[in-house]
Design a protein around this ligand. Structure first.
Ligand SMILES: [Zn+2]
Ligand SMILES: [Zn+2]
Length: 148
């Protein structure tokens, strides 16, 4: 996910839109046994401003894993908006990402946003009834007799 700011400057424009689809390692996902269903999609606009570059847009991903209540397959979809500053100054600024040689690499930022947005639990459906704690029956499918 690298954008060549030199090319953009050279073309005389101050802004460009971008769209990337990139496969990220499933190891990024903090949920057990989960994987990305599709490549992560990143769409946005890059704006030049002196030594800085502003990147804003949306990250979209979907993850498939086990429902935290019943362990059946569950899909989690998320759209994250971002609005970040990239600086090519040598001094590190904790509020900004850095770039060098005119190349802005969005991958690290995208990774961070994905990790921060990851839920602790996912569900096959909002009202998943889960498993019976006594007999382990999937209560979405059957009614066990434990409660009677
Ligand atoms: Zn479930
Ligand atoms: Zn039961």
């Amino acid at each position: 996910m690298v954008i060549d700011v030199k090319k953009l400057k050279f073309s005389g424009k101050e802004e460009c839109s971008f769209h990337f689809e990139e496969k990220f390692d499933d190891g990024l996902i903090t949920l057990p046994d989960a994987k990305f269903l599709t490549p992560v999609s990143v769409t946005g606009t890059l704006t030049l401003g002196g030594n800085e570059v502003y990147a804003e847009g949306e990250i979209e991903y979907s993850v498939e894993g086990a429902c935290s209540r019943c362990a059946e397959s569950a899909v989690f979809q998320k759209v994250i908006t971002f609005d970040e500053v990239y600086s090519d100054s040598e001094e590190a600024d904790p509020d900004k990402y850095s770039f060098a040689k005119g190349l802005v690499d969005l991958s690290e930022m995208v990774k961070e946003k994905i990790v921060l947005s990851m839920p602790f639990a996912i569900f096959c459906k909002d009202d998943c009834k889960g498993l019976c704690p006594v007999c382990g029956a999937n209560l979405n499918i059957t009614k066990c007799k434990c409660k009677e």
